[in-house]
Design a protein. Structure first.
Length: 280
């Protein structure tokens, strides 16, 4: 490198001011082979940089602000493939999301009322403040989520993501029915019925049985339409069929069949009979 070239180089102090990096950081990045200076004086070890290295240094600054590890930054700078660079950033994003999840859990635990012991054996669980939703809005939300779940149930080519959406939609509907208030027991039971049906369709026996039992229990407390109890018994039969317990499924199917006699409306009775006919 001749004297004329040296005249176009930037001193480490000047380079630091233009990039926002400290002199110490630049020396560290040189040692790590992350950002080598264009020239290092063999006698004084003084570092000089080219102007076209400014953008590289600024890229390092941006990535460090995003807490990207130096090893990942080295791989990022070494690659000319945009897709490969994107994969590196996506992997870092996944790490950040995992860390955020852990920190949110820590914050949740620390925010619970407890004694001075930071690891209490029991923790008081407090429901989130949802007072901003009035009962009418919440009732509509619960009904819309119920209908959305039913649409997904009837979709023949659901994706795995839609299976997840169906589960969460059913539980969200049931949750909002529970928040509406007094007089919604029948909807609580129907919410439990739908949760059970979702899990039965997905072949998940244990939660299917659990929610079917909750449906039966709520219905047996009273306040349901004449077809609800037969529907609850049908849910039990379907859940046990999913579990592979044919004997228990047959018992509940027979119980549901008997309950059909208590349904006054022919259309309602046909609906439950149709569901029972699929249990074979």
């Amino acid at each position: 490198m001749d004297d004329e070239d040296l005249g176009h180089l930037l001193t480490i102090g000047r380079f630091a001011r233009l990039t926002g990096l400290s002199v110490g950081a630049l020396r560290h990045y040189d040692e790590l082979d992350l950002l080598r200076p264009a020239r290092t004086d063999p006698f004084t070890s003084y570092r000089l940089y080219r102007r076209d290295q400014l953008e590289t240094a600024r890229t390092i600054v941006r990535l460090r602000d995003l807490e990207v590890p130096l090893e990942t930054i080295r791989d990022y700078l070494a690659s000319d493939d945009p897709a490969a660079r994107q994969r590196l950033l996506q992997a870092h994003r996944i790490r950040i999301e995992a860390r955020t999840f852990r920190l949110q859990r820590v914050l949740h635990i620390l925010g619970q009322p407890s004694s001075e012991d930071p690891t209490p054996m029991t923790t008081t669980v407090t429901a989130p403040d949802t007072t901003e939703l009035d009962p009418a809005t919440r009732r509509k939300l619960a009904a819309d989520l119920f209908n959305h779940t039913w649409t997904l149930l009837e979709k023949p080519d659901r994706t795995p993501a839609e299976d997840d959406e169906m589960i969460h939609s059913a539980h969200a509907s049931r949750y909002h029915w529970g928040e509406v208030g007094v007089g919604e027991q029948v909807n609580l039971a129907r919410g439990e019925w739908q949760c059970s049906r979702v899990y039965a369709v997905l072949g998940r026996a244990e939660p299917a049985v659990w929610h079917a039992r909750r449906c039966v229990a709520i219905n047996e407390e009273g306040g349901h339409a004449d077809w609800d109890i037969a529907s609850a018994y049908e849910a039990m039969a379907r859940a046990y069929l999913t579990a592979g317990d044919l004997a228990e499924s047959a018992v509940w199917k027979a119980t549901a069949t008997v309950a059909l006699d208590g349904i006054a409306d022919a259309d309602d009775r046909d609906l439950i009979e149709g569901d029972l006919a699929t249990l074979s």
